[in-house]
Design a protein around this ligand. Structure first.
Ligand SMILES: Cc1ncc(COP(=O)(O)O)c(C=O)c1O
Length: 278
C-alpha cells in the first residue's frame, strides 16, 4: 500500500466486518449494502458487490470453512494520489483490502458473568452512520474503558445514549427492549436491525427511541455486536460512569436473562442453514 493512499493519510475510506459461522458470512448482503451506501455517500467510485465472493474465497483460502466463528473484514479507500485534501483531479482506482480470520467465541460462562461499560461524551463527527475508518474517538473511548478495567465505553450525546465503541446498545426499560433511533449519530448496525426483527418475530416488545443515561442505569443494558456471540447478548444492571466502579458485575444482561425460550438467538440457529440470509 502506498504512503500516499488516502485511507492512510485521511481515513478517506469505508469498511465492513461481517461475522462468519463455519465459513459462511452472516447477513453479508446487508453489510455489502451498507458498504455501498457509504461509498456512494463519500463519492468513492467502487463496486462493493464482488466483495461477497471475495469473502467466500478468503474463508476457503484461510481454512475457515470448519471454524466455528470468524470475521470477514473489507475496506475500500479512495485510492492513491499526491496529498491534497480535495479528491484527486484525475480518477484513481480505489484501494481494496480484505482479510478473514478466526475469532475466539466468548464462552456461555463468561456471558453469564456479564460485562461492564463506562460512559464517555460523544465527540465524534455528525456522520457516525457512515462506517469510515476514521475511528480515533472510538479508539480513545475503548482505551478509556481498558484503563477503567471495563469492557466497553458508551457514547453519550446531550444526555442521550448513542452506542458503544463498536456495538449498538439495547436496554430493557419499562419492559421494552429499547435502542437509540437510527440517526446520523449512530451506526445503523446490522445486528441492531436483526435484533429488532427478532424481537418482533418473538413478540418481545421493542422500541427505537432516544433514552437517557439514567434510564440506562435504571434498566438492564445489552451491547450487541457482531464480533461477540450473537446468541447471548450481554450487559448488566446499573451502568457506571467514569468515576464509578462497575456495580453488579454478575448480571447476564436484559436479553440474556430472559427465559431461554424467549431469548433472541442472534445467530445461525435462528436463521437456519437454509441459504437465505446466512
Ligand atoms: C460504532 C459501531 N456501532 C455499531 C456497530 C455494530 O454494527 P454491526 O452490527 O453492523 O456489526 C459497530 C460495528 O463495528 C460499530 O463500529
Amino acid at each position: 500500500m502506498s504512503v500516499e493512499d488516502r485511507g492512510f493519510l485521511f481515513a478517506d475510506a469505508v469498511y465492513e466486518a461481517a461475522p462468519a459461522y463455519r465459513g459462511r458470512c452472516f447477513l453479508i448482503e446487508r453489510h455489502l449494502a451498507r458498504l455501498a451506501r457509504g461509498l456512494r455517500t463519500l463519492r468513492i467510485e467502487a463496486d462493493a458487490t464482488p466483495l461477497g465472493d471475495v469473502g467466500d474465497e478468503l474463508m476457503a483460502r484461510n481454512d475457515l470453512l470448519d471454524a466455528e466463528f470468524s470475521v470477514f473484514y473489507m475496506q475500500v479507500t479512495r485510492g492513491t494520489a499526491p496529498r491534497t485534501h480535495a479528491f484527486p483531479k484525475a480518477p484513481v482506482p480505489p484501494t481494496v483490502y480484505a482479510f478473514a480470520k478466526e475469532l475466539v467465541r466468548t464462552t456461555p460462562e463468561r456471558w453469564e458473568r456479564g460485562f461492564a461499560a463506562i460512559t464517555v461524551p460523544d465527540q465524534r463527527w455528525a456522520r457516525a452512520d457512515i462506517k469510515t475508518t476514521g475511528l480515533l474517538p472510538n479508539v480513545l473511548a475503548q482505551q478509556a474503558a481498558v484503563e477503567a478495567e471495563v469492557e466497553d465505553a458508551i457514547f453519550i450525546r446531550e444526555g442521550m445514549v448513542q452506542e458503544g465503541t463498536h456495538n449498538n446498545v439495547f436496554a430493557v426499560i419499562g419492559g421494552e427492549v429499547t435502542t437509540a433511533p437510527a440517526t446520523n449519530h449512530i451506526l445503523h448496525g446490522v445486528t441492531r436491525a436483526f435484533a429488532l426483527e427478532l424481537c418482533e418475530e418473538l413478540g418481545i416488545p421493542a422500541r427505537e427511541r432516544a433514552f437517557t443515561v439514567d434510564e440506562l442505569r435504571g434498566g438492564r443494558g445489552d451491547l450487541l455486536h457482531r464480533d461477540d456471540d450473537r446468541g447471548t447478548p450481554h450487559g448488566r444492571t446499573g451502568w457506571p460512569d467514569r468515576r464509578e466502579r462497575p456495580p453488579g458485575r454478575d448480571h447476564p444482561g436484559a436479553v440474556g436473562s430472559l427465559p431461554a425460550g424467549r431469548r433472541p438467538r442472534l445467530n445461525t440457529e435462528v436463521r437456519p442453514d437454509d441459504g437465505s440470509d446466512v
